[in-house]
Structure formats: C-alpha cells, structure tokens
Design a protein around this ligand. Structure first.
Ligand SMILES: Cc1ncc(COP(=O)(O)O)c(C=O)c1O
Length: 420
C-alpha cells in the first residue's frame, strides 16, 4: 500500500487520535529512517525516545531472533529464564531493590501510583497518620490511563475524562516554598520527573528534589520519580535522579528499555514493595521472555560500548552547538536539557511549529512539545557529524522563519495569527 491509500484507509478505520506527518517509513538504519521512496531522514526523535540504539542494531536483532525461536510468552503464572536476569541488571543500575514488569510507560506509572496508595494503607494499618493524596507538578506528563492523566498537569488531557482519580494537587515545579506549604500528613506520594519531557525539557533544581526527598522522609510518603523519558541512559546517567544524588522510593521506566518492543517497569525499594502481595496487581504480557531478552541485550550492549560516556560527550557537544545558535537567533529563549534529552524554547509557538515542519522538509526529524519547545531525543548512537548537520539545518530554518515572521508581522496587525 502507498502513503495516499494508507491515509485514506486510516481516516476511515482508525480512531482520530493522532496528527501524523504524511510520511511512510519502511526501513531504518543506524540513526536514519527510510521512506517508501528510498529517502533517508536523520532521526533526532527516535520514536519519542524509544529506538535508543538506533535501527537495525545487531545485538537487538540477535536477541529477537534467538528468543523468538525459543519462546514468546509464558504468562506470569510461570517462571522463565530472563526475568530475574533483567531484574538484576535494572536494580543494579538504579539502586532500587525490586521490579514489576509491564508493557508501557503509563502502565508503569499506574503501578507506581497504586503502590504508593497501598503503601500508605499499610502504614495506616501499622498506626501511622498518612493520607492518600498525591502532589504532582505543573508541566508534568505521566501517561494516558486514568491515574496517569490525574497526575498530568495539562487540563486538556484530564478534562474530557472527568472525574479522574481524586486526591491530586499540583505544585509549581521547582517552587520549594509551595511544595512545603502543600505537603502534609495527607500526602502519600510526591510525583516528579527530574527532567520533565513532554512539559518542555525542564530540569528540577537540586533544592527542589532535595526538599521533596526530605518531606517524604518526614512522614513515610514515597518519592515517585518518573524516568520513562529520561531514564535508561538518556541524560548520560542511567537515571536523571542520579545527577542529583537523590534516590527516590519508586521509579518508572519504559520507552527505550527494549529498543522498540513494548515494555515498562516499575522499580521500588523493599520498604515500598511490602505493600504488594499476590493478586493485588498484575498483567498478562508484562515481563514476557521476548521483551526481557531484548532489554538484557540493550543494557549489556550499552555497558559494553560505554554508551553513557558517549551520550555525555555527544550530548555536551550538541548542547554547546545549540547554545551557539541561541547567540545568533533572538527567537531562542532558552536551551535546556542533559545528555541527549535537549530542548530549545522558542519565543513563538507558531515559529516553533513551523521550525519542526521545515526541519522535516529537510528530512531531519525533531518535534515540538509544550507548544514552544523544539525537542531532541536522538538515538544514543548519534555522532558529532549528525549534530553538525542538524544544527546547520536548524540555523537555516530559523533564519528563514524569523525573517519571514518579522516581514509578515509587519504586514498584518494580527501578527502571529497571520500564520495560523
Ligand atoms: C515522563 C513520561 N511518563 C509517562 C509516559 C507515558 O508513556 P507511554 O506512552 O509508554 O504510556 C511518557 C510518554 O511520553 C513520559 O514521557
């Protein structure tokens, strides 16, 4: 099927949930995706932070082929050989004690919320005064299921599905005073992304994470760190919280963990894990042999190739080049991020939208998040030459757009709306 016929069929058959770019990808190699006509696109988004080792990675392919020949699924009623092997690796890199495997980010976050509520229930049964409330952050994003949307800040994700899970209060991200003021014995968990992704690549401050940790310690509430976008090496540490030297009680993983096979995981301390007993939570597919075998291959291959150091170096170079662009382009308000999780904030949502589209026209994939932020989540195997290509293209795109924008804004009193 060709792009046009696929578009026509999808518009009749699928729910209207995505605004897709009109491109049909058929193959991927390294950091490039190839469309049906054989054009290569430099991919600086990696399927929203998923294809971390790029496309056609030999270790991943080998794990898929070998495991597919042996066993695809057992259910969690039985043991298979890879669950514990993967749990050893994940607990070792995260500093956590235990793992619950699932199939996606939102499912991992849902498990985290349930565990925090159940843990508070356990503490209450043990005589402690602790409530059921979550503090979540503005600009946060935790997924699309009912608990996850309840802790996600943007109203448009929650409002159509109201009433969502009750007992969530939002705090201005990085406002320590507000966090302290809103914290009480009613709180069973503080929900944080150490480096917010969908919310616009916004890092937590050291003081804020520290305050969250101390508040949780003061009454037995749990610190929930969502590392679904920032985890598994993306920021040059295995987990973004490791940049701060602060250990959460629960963390969640998904996106790159199995390099494109659906997988999620919730990791927690032994203390938190006390709250779950058989039957309280579960999943049919979670932690199946194929996803586990691939995740093991991903972690081992990252270690063998010292990928964290590579991310630190290429990410540092990328950020430096974006800082250079900021000096040249007044429309860039800010450059943020760590490792290969970077964003540049543009002073106009319209320019940001057009910049992402114009980069796509140059066959370089980036995306726009939180209206004004151009986001880069490239595969970890990105090299400096790819950065140079992308930054030169972005330079050209922004030069074109801002001169156009100024000219058009001059012609029309509607200004930005002239482009809408
Ligand atoms: C921080 C964070 N949490 C949760 C999710 C939800 O993950 P999924 O789309 O796999 O359900 C995302 C997805 O973008 C995310 O970035």
């Amino acid at each position: 099927m060709k792009l046009e016929s696929i578009q026509a069929a999808e518009s009749k058959l699928l729910l209207n949930t995505y605004e897709r770019n009109p491109v049909l990808f058929t193959e991927g190699h390294g950091v490039y995706l190839r469309d049906e006509e054989g054009n290569d696109y430099l991919d600086l988004l990696s399927g929203i932070g998923v294809s971390a080792l790029g496309y056609g990675n030999a270790a991943v392919e080998n794990a898929i082929v070998q495991q597919t020949k042996k066993l695809l699924h057992t259910s969690n009623l039985f043991f298979h050989e890879h669950t514990a092997e993967l749990a050893v690796r994940l607990t070792e890199i995260s500093g956590m004690d235990r793992v619950f495997f699932c199939n996606s980010g939102t499912e991992a976050w849902e498990a985290a919320l349930k565990l925090a509520r159940a843990h508070a229930g356990l503490l209450r049964a043990e005589g402690k005064k602790i409530g059921t409330k979550f503090l979540a952050m503005d600009h946060s994003f935790h997924g699309r299921t009912m608990g996850a949307v309840a802790t996600t800040h943007k109203e448009k994700y929650r409002e159509p599905f109201a009433p969502v899970m009750p007992d969530v209060e939002f705090v201005t991200f990085n406002d320590v005073e507000e966090l302290r003021a809103k914290f009480s014995d009613d709180v069973c968990g503080i929900c944080i992304e150490a480096l917010q992704g969908e919310g616009g690549i916004r890092p937590a401050t050291q003081e804020f994470l520290q305050a969250a940790r101390e508040l949780c310690d003061s009454n037995g509430a749990l610190l929930l760190a969502d590392e679904i976008q920032s985890g598994m090496g993306r920021t040059s540490e295995w987990f973004a919280y490791q940049h701060y030297g602060i250990q959460p009680d629960i963390t969640t993983l998904a996106k790159p963990i199995a390099n494109g096979l659906p997988m999620g995981a919730m990791l927690c301390t032994d203390e938190a894990a006390r709250a779950f007993s058989p039957g309280m939570h579960g999943t049919t597919f979670g932690g199946g042999p194929l996803a586990c075998a691939v995740a093991i291959a991903v972690i081992d291959s990252m270690k063998q190739k010292n990928i964290l150091e590579h991310i630190r170096q290429v990410g540092g170079y990328f950020k430096q080049q974006l800082d250079g662009l900021k000096k040249k382009h007044d429309c860039i308000v800010n450059v943020r991020g760590m490792g290969l999780m970077l964003g540049i904030e543009i002073d106009s949502a319209d320019v940001a939208k057009r910049a992402a589209a114009d980069m796509m026209a140059k066959r370089i994939i980036i995306n726009r998040t939180s209206d004004t932020v151009l986001r880069f989540l490239p595969p970890y195997i990105l090299e400096r030459t790819h950065v140079d290509t992308a930054v030169a293209a972005l330079d050209e795109v922004l030069t074109g757009l801002t001169s156009n924008h100024a000219a058009l804004a001059g012609q029309s009193p509607a200004g930005e709306h002239a482009h809408g």
